[in-house]
Design a protein around this ligand. Structure first.
Ligand code: AMP
Ligand code: ZN
Length: 138
């Protein structure tokens, strides 16, 4: 299903022009308007899902395969040294557009770009509790 007031629905379905690098029945992949690096690509499902947790299985099954295919093309054309596959869910996690999308960010040795987080020490007892809590919830 599409959402009329969603810009990524409109881009994915070709109602708004974009720099498209790939398209099939399920997805359109476009260049990010404010790229972290040249060739920064977004994979947009043509159906609207708010985020990963809202998405249907058929789309999710294809999403990573599609990322692999497009990423391989990016590596070939851009000759980058690596690619970050990033996917944000929720404003707290940095999601600014509420339509499921995957970032493919080309990386180069010493490019100074950052996809990172601050790491903390962990307490073994607390880790056990958290692991058991999540395991129960899954
Ligand atoms: P996120 O912060 O994970 O929700 O990523 C949203 C991304 O969409 C950002 O990197 C924006 O630069 C990009 N973006 C927003 N509007 C457009 C647009 N009209 N065309 C292409 N990229 C866009
Ligand atoms: Zn949408």
């Amino acid at each position: 299903m599409k959402k009329d007031d969603c810009i990524f629905c409109r881009i994915a379905n070709g109602e708004i022009p974009s720099n498209t690098v790939y398209e099939d029945e399920y997805f359109r992949a476009i260049l990010d308007l404010s790229p972290a690096a040249k060739g920064h690509t977004l994979i947009l499902p043509k159906d609207h899902f708010d985020d990963l947790f809202d998405a249907d299985e058929a789309v999710l099954e294809r999403l990573l395969k599609t990322a692999q295919k497009i990423g391989a093309g990016m590596k070939k054309y851009l000759n980058c040294d690596g690619i970050n596959v990033v996917q944000n869910n929720g404003a707290a996690a940095g999601q600014t557009v509420r339509h499921l999308h995957v970032h493919l960010i080309p990386r180069y040795e010493g490019d100074g770009q950052m996809v990172t987080w601050k790491q903390n020490a962990s307490d073994p007892e607390e880790q056990k509790k958290i692991a058991a809590g999540i395991a129960d919830a899954v």
